[in-house]
Design a protein around this ligand. Structure first.
Ligand code: S3P
Length: 438
């Protein structure tokens, strides 16, 4: 599936104009399959992200006996099996590139009666899993990993889980969600406190399925043993995918783009706050609540950006958007400084290093630090950069071409299909001169 040879070639300059809808929200798509599968009754999902990561989650539940119909693009009909209805998969569950699938499933499967094995691609097999296996073991789960604490994860079923009160050492929605999902099958109360707010889609969706979830201050809790009742889910467009065009239309002259039906949950809108602090012209129009998630249309126009010190409290709220925010910084006047973002080093690639390497290759003064980066805005040349197989690095450098002085070639772009398969088509529709060589 993964081919290193997929290359993007993007001509320099131009502007972005028009309207469009970016791909469905990845985080919400994963959770819709997980909770829909465990619910009693039939869950209808629309706007589902038909991309490799979310499809890995979908295939995993099909392999555990859940009947999921796909009547049309973006639509799922999930025939829930109830809290105890999953069946043992007959082979390892291959989660591809998807950290969210692996970390959330590890919690959901730790309390099952059967054994399961979770595997992933080379990138996922390098990513840290101790952050979930350590607290899950405290709950009574039995999980084997490699000596480094990485996948494959061998989860031994048939162990009773006990509720846990866990203070997360890092601000991670995946760890929080893993433990809440484990808590569904645990005795007593499970609670997780977070050092800073992280995306709360799991909590919102559990409530949508009728499960009692409490939040007091920085702590979320639930009691095991309840049930989920099927509901309908309208997945909004992914703000993490919209981010490429928020930056693109900001940095390119004469641009104006309208992005429809974008999820603007306040635990995800750090990218808008950061861009506005840099001087961006972004408006939220027609704000509404869709199935418990705030949604809006986003209008963005060209603006003159300036460098800032990015407030650390915004980092977890924009954690997936830094590759393209670094491009915004490269096009801004003055210096942008990011600190408190060491988590970027353990994403699909080391995103601090991948972006610093690429920006330097394009003539930008980018200085990586252990927990962030300093970028001085300047003139970007064209050139050839390596996405390191990371979807968001690939898309970020495609957007950079809007302000480069010559074409940019980006290697190893196949993984754009993990989150945003329609990126190239939508980017072209809005005016980016991008072509794909396979
Ligand atoms: C996600 C949480 C974030 C994010 C990832 C999706 C989620 O990861 O980077 O793309 O859906 O819960 P962390 O929890 O590791 O920060």
């Amino acid at each position: 599936m993964h081919s290193k040879s997929v290359q993007f070639q993007v001509a320099a300059g131009g502007s972005l104009k028009g309207e469009g809808r970016v791909a469905g929200d990845k985080s919400i798509s994963h959770r819709s399959v997980m909770l829909g599968s465990l619910a009693e009754g039939t869950t209808h999902v629309s706007g589902f992200l038909e991309a490799e990561d979310a499809l890995s989650t979908l295939a995993a539940f099909q392999a555990m006996g859940v009947d999921i119909e796909r009547p049309a693009t973006g639509q799922l009909i999930i025939h829930g099996v109830g809290m105890h209805g999953l069946q043992a998969p007959d082979k390892p569950l291959d989660l591809g590139n998807s950290g969210t699938s692996m970390r959330l499933l590890s919690g959901l499967l730790a309390g099952q009666a059967f054994d399961s094995v979770l595997v992933g691609d080379a990138s996922l097999s390098r990513r840290p899993m101790k952050r979930v296996t350590t607290p899950l073991r405290e709950m009574g789960a039995v999980i084997d990993t490699t000596e480094q604490g990485t996948a494959p994860l061998h989860i031994h079923g048939g162990h009773t889980l006990r509720g846990l009160h866990y203070a997360m050492p890092m601000a991670s929605a995946q760890v929080k969600s893993c433990l809440l999902l484990a808590g569904l099958h645990a005795e007593g109360e499970t609670s997780v406190s977070e050092p800073a707010p992280t995306r709360d889609h799991t909590e919102r969706m559990l409530q949508g399925f009728g499960y009692d979830v409490q939040r007091v201050g920085d702590t979320v809790s639930l009691r095991g043993g309840g049930k989920l009742t099927a509901c309908d889910i309208d997945v909004p467009a992914d703000i993490s995918s919209a981010a490429f065009f928020l930056v693109g239309a900001s940095i390119a002259a004469d641009s104006e783009v309208l992005l429809r039906h974008v999820g603007v949950n306040p635990t995800r809108t750090g990218v808008i706050d950061i861009l506005k602090l840099m001087g961006a012209d972004i408006e939220l129009l027609n704000g509404r609540l869709v199935g418990g998630e705030p949604v809006a249309d986003l209008r963005v126009r060209s603006a003159k950006l300036h460098g800032i010190a990015i407030p650390e409290n915004l980092v977890p709220l924009a954690i997936d958007e830094f590759p393209v925010l670094f491009v915004a910084a490269a096009c801004a006047e003055g210096e942008t400084v990011l600190t408190g973002a060491e988590e970027l080093r353990v994403k699909e690639s080391d995103r601090i290093q991948s972006m610093a390497d690429g920006l330097l290759a394009l003539g930008i003064d980018a200085r990586p630090t252990p927990d962030g980066m300093m970028i001085r805005g300047g003139r970007m040349t064209g050139g050839r950069v390596d996405s390191k197989g990371d979807h968001r690095i690939a898309m970020a450098f495609a957007i950079a071409a809007l302000r480069a002085s010559a074409a940019i070639q980006i290697d190893d772009c196949a993984n754009v299909n993990t989150s945003f398969p329609s990126f190239v088509a939508l980017a072209r529709h809005l005016g980016l001169a991008i072509s794909v060589l396979e």
